[in-house]
Design a protein around this ligand. Structure first.
Ligand code: AMP
Length: 402
């Protein structure tokens, strides 16, 4: 079975073509379409173990972007399939499942209508996700589309964890509550951690998964099920991120409005796009740039890194309490997988909780595999695990259509 995984953003489309055969999978090709709807779009297509194709030109919308992807996948020189009907199913990343979806589904007309209703919960991502689904339905009428929701893995949270302490009718009438995001990543790395720890004869029932990238979130996972997570009604809550503020006192919003005369949309734009480590450092939202600036003596860059690590550490503490101890902490995402220095900042000074990392193992952690970086004396295993959200989407799609 051949499955095309599609992850559509407002101006981008990432794709990966998977082949499932005899109980195993391989990636045939992957790529991105950038700057959709903006001038000078760029399609980058990579054949696994082979050639790389770049096409520039204008791409008007998601329908157009998908045609470019289909063109690359069936290209005479760079293609990996002979015709588009060779694709057995499309697997779409969908941001928000709200309370309608606690698992992946085939996107029938009825399910698409439910997704449309939830657009107001994810106004930046949902229109792009749905535009991509519609384009697939238009261009390939007979090929099924599966929806894999960022929120679904968190649907096991109990009411105590997901409710906000607001008047109850806001939940009853408008479903205002914590939903959580990055679910496919937390699902993948927690399952990998359980496999690894069980194989090593270690306990695996209480895990804290830390997805640390441009967007960042933690999840407390008990017996494979999420009991709490740091993102909320939207991805804005929780950790300080690349450009998102994470937790703030909501009264600050009204105060900024009074001081600056900005309106609420402008403030939300600032909280989502101009805050986090970008806002603090004034340098960049990219941790490599900030780390370089801090190394060069930039105090605000240093502060941004310290604040990021401190917030992660606080959530680790909170989730250690929620789980009544942690058997394992998993670090993943661009920062969690790659940044030796950020892992050091986060993990230093947690020995009081029985969480002790090994400096040498942390420094030499190999990419692309499960890597244990805890000291022998640590009560909690600390694992660096590369995430693979596309594989989760492909597997879920495979299960639904097989
Ligand atoms: P993601 O959103 O998961 O792709 O992660 C992106 C973030 O990971 C960016 O802020 C990058 O600076 C950071 N990152 C990627 N590679 C490294 C690295 N080798 N060292 C430090 N940060 C990194």
């Amino acid at each position: 079975m051949t499955i095309l995984v599609l992850n559509a953003g407002s101006s981008s489309l990432k794709y990966q073509l998977f082949k499932f055969e005899n109980g195993s999978h391989s990636v045939l090709a992957k790529g991105t379409v950038e700057r959709i709807g903006i001038k000078n779009s760029l399609v980058t297509h990579e054949v696994t173990g082979g050639a790389r194709l770049e096409i520039s030109g204008d791409v008007a919308g998601h329908n157009d972007a998908l045609k470019k992807v289909f063109g690359a996948l069936t290209d005479k020189e760079y293609g990996v399939i002979s015709k588009i009907s060779d694709i057995s199913a499309f697997g779409h990343r969908i941001l928000h499942g709200a309370e309608d979806f606690d698992a992946s589904v085939i996107l029938t007309g009825e399910n698409i209508e439910k997704c449309k209703k939830n657009t107001e919960l994810g106004p930046l991502h949902m229109p792009a996700n749905l535009a991509c689904v519609n384009a697939c339905r238009e261009l390939c009428k007979d090929t099924p589309n599966a929806g894999v929701f960022d929120t679904a893995f968190h649907s096991t949270m109990g009411k105590t964890a997901y409710m906000y302490a607001l008047p109850y009718e806001y939940y009853a009438d408008y479903k205002i509550r914590k939903y959580g995001f990055h679910g496919t990543s937390h699902r993948y790395v927690s399952a990998e951690a359980i496999k690894y720890l069980d194989g090593a004869g270690a306990r695996s029932s209480r895990l804290i998964t830390c997805h640390l990238g441009n967007g960042s979130s933690l999840a407390a996972v008990k017996d494979g099920k999420v009991i709490d997570t740091s993102m909320g009604f939207t991805p804005l809550e929780g950790l300080a991120m690349g450009t998102r503020s994470g937790d703030i006192d909501p009264a600050v919003i009204e105060f900024i409005i009074r001081k600056t005369g900005k309106n609420i949309s402008e403030i939300l734009e600032i909280l989502n796009k101009k805050s986090g480590v970008l806002g603090i450092s004034g340098v960049s939202s990219d941790f490599r740039d900030i780390s370089d600036a801090a190394g060069g003596g930039n105090e605000r860059a240093e502060l941004a890194l310290a604040m990021f690590a401190y917030r992660v550490k606080k959530y680790i503490g909170a989730y250690t309490a929620a789980l009544n101890g942690a058997d394992g902490i998993v670090l993943t995402g661009g920062i969690g997988e790659n940044s030796v220095k950020m892992r050091t900042r986060i993990l230093t000074g947690l020995d009081g909780l029985g969480i002790i990392f090994d400096e040498e193992k942390n420094r030499t952690a190999k990419r692309g595999t499960v890597f244990e970086i805890n000291a022998d004396a640590s009560r909690t295993k600390i694992l660096v695990i590369p995430t693979n959200e596309e594989l989760v989407i492909a597997r879920e799609t495979f299960e639904l259509v097989k």
